[in-house]
Design a protein around this ligand. Structure first.
Ligand code: FES
Ligand code: FES
Length: 267
């Protein structure tokens, strides 16, 4: 296999690096965030030769994988040839997660998550985002796919995603929303039919520290669970993070429509 297909290890930072990145104090002393591993992607995929990374190779081990322009992810090795990949920040207040006894665990207030992202212990109630991965035991290679999409959701074709009205009739009506993860982009997006006519398409990665935002139907806004930033359906900041930081709008995409459906340009 050529080296350009492989994830490239740049450095293995101490566990404290992730904790320091959040600026959050008061973590439980006996639980550490997973150590940070820097890697690069090729066509939306990172390939790791597992045996090169002792923290990941051992059963019960995990690393926090940091890839430019992708959300940080927690790569877990619960047992045998089983691996799982989830977003690395706790959905309670955004602390970097560790891995213990087969679950992702937050050092800050002890939320726990199953390896499929489900919260299993409060205070967190929102699931972690999961990422597609596969392990080739002959090659000892773990492939993490950042651009895998949701089955049945439209894919990116030539940089665009088309949402036909026949499949997404809610986009014909003001207030309608479609959300999902397109193959070729690999991150959740939202498409809104706006009240005044027209459309917007908005990314799900919070510009503060990269947590995933969710759409709240009742209030018609996007909320980040990590530090409570709020965004409008056109991506504008309605409420800054509760850390005192100042952030800009969430990423948006160009949207056009015709009689047959809505097209979102993914750039
Ligand atoms: S930040 Fe994770 S439990 Fe509070
Ligand atoms: S990551 Fe801090 S408000 Fe979203």
């Amino acid at each position: 296999m050529s080296t350009n297909r492989r994830g490239f290890l740049k450095g293995l930072a101490g566990a404290s690096a992730g904790a320091a990145a959040t600026g959050l104090a008061g973590c439980a002393p006996d639980i550490s965030p997973a150590p940070v591993l820097d890697a690069t992607e090729d066509n939306g995929r990172v390939v790791l030769m597992v045996s090169r990374y002792p923290e990941l190779a051992r059963e019960g081990g995990a690393v926090t994988l940091r890839v430019p322009d992708r959300p940080n992810v927690l790569v877990m090795h619960p047992q045998g040839t089983q691996y799982a990949v989830v977003s690395s920040l706790c959905t309670h207040r955004g602390c970097p997660l560790g891995f213990q006894e087969g679950e992702a665990i937050c050092p800050c207030h002890l939320s726990r998550f199953a390896i499929d992202g489900r919260p299993t212990h409060p205070p967190a109630t929102i699931p972690l985002t999961t990422f597609s991965s596969s392990y080739d035991s002959e090659l000892d290679e773990l492939t993490i796919n950042f651009v895998a999409g949701e089955e049945g959701f439209p894919s990116v074709v030539d940089g665009k995603i088309f949402f036909p009205f026949t499949q997404f009739p809610q986009l014909r009506t003001a207030g309608g929303v479609v959300q999902g993860t397109p193959e070729g982009y690999g991150k959740l997006i939202f498409v809104f039919a706006l009240d005044g006519g027209g459309y917007s398409a908005v990314d799900s990665i919070c510009p503060h520290q990269g947590c995933g935002v969710g759409y709240q139907e009742a209030s018609q806004l996007l909320r980040c669970p990590c530090h409570e930033a709020r965004f409008s359906r056109t991506g504008a900041v309605l409420q800054m993070p509760n850390t005192g930081d100042t952030i800009g709008p969430i990423k948006t995409f160009t949207v056009t429509s015709d009689a047959t459906g809505v097209t979102v340009e993914i750039v």
